[in-house]
Ligand binder design. Structure first.
Ligand code: ZN
Length: 411
């Protein structure tokens, strides 16, 4: 049976940077965008989500779904090291069934909110099923931490019923993985993206510098975890300098957080072509600040956006992250913020051919923001500032031709 052609009506349609259209249709076939046009094909099944903005499904470039069961377990109070200690000590209470249902619920909500693709960090790979079940494409980074015990599996990707199911390589952080292993992991990632947490806290920066009370606390914590400073083979006195010296930062590197990066370091990141992914709400809760987003944009860094996990963020709703960003930086260009949450994230994960914009051949996982009474100049601003007429929703069209999220779609 041939796939049914769908046409989604859009009062406003944002296909990507510089491409806002009015009164257009997105034509979808076999789970992919066929075209954007002014009049739907006569044989298409028409969908009208109502007045508002249709845009590419969002990309949450950094989360940890498998930590969902830790929601509220150790409330972050501005001290990263205390928080990690608390998390580590709460692990003995692990309940497999509770962890599974927490992951299932978090993934299900993500799909309803119009998030099409996630970059998910996992130490086990055991939560990937939840994304697939929810119909959310996922690049699950298998994270290495500490000295090499066993190497993570090589990267892999396949499409299943229109959903991307991929694994990638992540190193936890420059202070928790010895230099030779970092290089081996980057080599293993090959042409795919390697993810790594970077410059999240002042403690991390002081640890590299080898002085300061916070750095000393970090060192003590690592020693308790069986990781000695000498083993790391530090090649520079800053976290970024270390990674640059090891040659592991390039356009296929995703640097997560970057809270402590200086303007000069942002220029260095831009020169490598690497991407940066702040997680503003988690960063604020754990460290009291977040990446200097306007400076990073001015430096020309490709920026993504992430929520981090439910252990440090109140939810995995990327729309809330967008609102937080525009609250922190009210004069940011709303289109730049939406780009971070779509194409920027897709680029950061290495999947920009398929996600992050609406164009022939991209996946038909779209998002819809109900908006009322806005003109052309206010559309993107209203979406980025959360001035909406209802919660944003997912409009997902599976290869099998039926919308995956019928309930969310037409409410
Ligand atoms: Zn993380």
């Amino acid at each position: 049976m041939p796939d049914r052609v769908h046409a989604i009506s859009a009062r406003w349609l944002w296909c990507g940077p510089g491409r806002l259209r009015q009164d257009a249709w997105v034509v979808v076939e076999a789970g992919r965008v066929r075209e954007v046009c002014g009049r739907p094909p006569h044989d298409a099944l028409r969908h009208d989500p109502g007045p508002g903005l249709v845009l590419p499904g969002l990309v949450n470039a950094h989360t940890h779904l498998e930590l969902s069961f830790l929601a509220g377990a150790v409330p972050p109070q501005g001290d990263f090291i205390d928080w990690v200690r608390g998390l580590v000590s709460s692990r003995p209470g692990y309940d497999r069934e509770k962890a599974r249902s927490a992951a299932r619920e978090a993934a299900r909500l993500t799909a309803r909110q119009g998030i099409a693709l996630v970059g998910d960090i996992s130490n086990t790979g055991r939560a990937a099923w939840a994304w697939q079940e929810a119909g959310v494409s996922a690049l699950t980074f298998i994270e290495a931490v500490g000295p090499a015990r066993s190497q993570p599996p090589p990267p892999r990707a396949q499409w299943e019923s229109g959903i991307l199911v991929a694994t990638g390589v992540a190193a936890h952080a420059p202070y928790s993985v010895p230099a030779p292993r970092l290089q081996a992991l980057k080599h293993l990632a090959g042409a795919t993206v390697m993810s790594i947490h970077l410059a999240e806290t002042r403690a991390e920066v002081e640890f590299f510098r080898g002085r300061g009370g916070e750095g000393r606390r970090m060192e003590e914590f690592l020693e308790l975890r069986g990781m000695r400073r000498e083993e790391l083979e530090l090649a520079a006195d800053t976290p970024l300098g270390h990674l640059l010296a090891l040659g592991v930062v390039d356009r296929r590197t995703l640097l997560v957080h970057g809270v402590q990066l200086t303007p000069a370091e942002l220029e260095q990141v831009a020169a490598t072509g690497a991407s940066l992914c702040p997680c503003p709400r988690s960063n604020l809760a754990l460290t009291g600040r977040t990446l200097e987003v306007p400076a990073a944009l001015a430096a020309g860094v490709n920026l993504a956006l992430g929520t981090d996990s439910l252990a440090s963020a109140p939810d995995l709703d990327l729309w809330n992250e967008i609102r937080e960003l525009t609250r922190l930086y009210p004069s940011l260009d709303p289109e730049a913020v939406l780009t971070m949450a779509t194409l920027g994230g897709a680029r950061a994960l290495g999947w920009e051919e398929h996600f992050g914009r609406i164009a022939p051949g991209t996946t038909a996982a779209l998002a819809f923001v109900p908006l009322e009474g806005v003109g052309r100049r206010e559309v993107l601003e209203a979406a980025a500032h959360g001035q909406t007429a209802g919660p944003p929703q997912g409009l997902a069209f599976a290869v099998a031709a039926e919308p995956l999220e019928a309930s969310a779609r037409m409410r």
